[in-house]
Design a protein around this ligand. Structure first.
Ligand SMILES: Nc1ncnc2c1ncn2[C@@H]1O[C@H](COP(=O)(O)OP(=O)(O)OP(=O)(O)O)[C@@H](O)[C@H]1O
Ligand SMILES: [Mg+2]
Length: 252
């Protein structure tokens, strides 16, 4: 299958005036197939967020390259949506105004942006909260707003950096089920970084495990579990076996 997004032999260092440079990634290669849900796991600090920012065109590698649909990626693209670990909402803007922000930046007409923002508010289950401010929402609701904001351009690729990492376990499970529902409707290509192995196995078609820093791909697992998936799946032997296999490849 064709790769929509590809990382080839990436090397990334961060300059730090107070100590030695940090080599975050070295020899990192990855091909993301169109339409797949890919999860990335690995030890803390191994370069997962760095990788995601490189895949988004938010950072440039020291060497190696990222291609999007076969073309070198040198700047952020509208077709590539990004959700940060913290929702990064603008506190002075309402839910609706946060969600329509990317369209405003693209100078879309206001009548159109409002209608679109409303339909995405519904999509993420926030009907009735269009005029609320982020501080009036729970953490899970704020992440829904961030998800809607990333989805409003109908991106071909959605990059998610531990989008539910700050939520309690129960809310997180619900958000995962919700994410799968939305993914099913639109089927964007998804690359999601997560600390949770069971979350990765539950959501993804494929899980890539990175080495400790400097990160590079160490192992990958196809997840052949049938879709649609629901939470009952997590109790099944096949699921438990896959999570165990993935865990055994994570080495600090
Ligand atoms: N902007 C930056 N400036 C300097 N060093 C950085 C910067 N961003 C990341 N690093 C360093 O690069 C390494 C990888 O960081 P990164 O955030 O990509 O790891 P991570 O795998 O996402 O970690 P975590 O699982 O804790 O989120 C770390 O050693 C970090 O200190
Ligand atoms: Mg990170």
């Amino acid at each position: 299958m064709a790769a929509i997004l590809e990382a080839q032999d990436l090397r990334m260092t961060f300059y730090d005036p107070n100590r030695a440079d940090v080599l975050a990634l070295d020899g990192m290669s990855l091909a993301v197939e169109e339409g797949e849900f890919l999860a990335i796991v690995g030890p803390s600090g191994c370069g997962k967020s760095t990788l995601l920012r490189l895949l988004a065109g938010l950072l440039r590698p020291i060497s190696g390259r990222v291609t999007y649909r076969g073309q070198p990626l040198t700047a952020p693209q509208r077709e590539i949506g990004y959700v940060f670990q913290r929702s990064n909402l603008m506190p002075w803007r309402t839910v609706q105004a946060n969600i329509r922000l990317p369209l405003e930046i693209a100078h879309a007409p206001q009548a159109e942006t409002d209608a679109r923002a409303r339909s995405f508010i519904s999509l993420v289950g926030l009907d009735g909260f269009a005029d609320s401010y982020p501080a009036q929402l729970s953490g899970g609701m704020q992440q829904r707003v961030a998800l809607a904001r990333a989805l409003i351009h109908e991106p071909a690729v959605l990059l998610l950096d531990e989008p539910f990492g700050s939520l309690d376990a129960l809310t997180r499970e619900r958000m995962n089920a919700e994410l799968l529902r939305i993914w099913n409707l639109r089927r964007p290509t998804v690359v999601m970084v997560t600390h949770s192995i069971s979350e990765a196995v539950f959501l993804a078609d494929r899980v890539v495990v990175l080495t400790a820093r400097p990160g590079r791909a160490r192992a990958e697992f196809r997840i052949p579990l049938l879709r649609p998936r629901d939470l009952a799946l997590t109790a099944e032997p096949a699921f438990v076996q896959l999570t165990r296999a993935v865990r055994s490849e994570i080495v600090d």
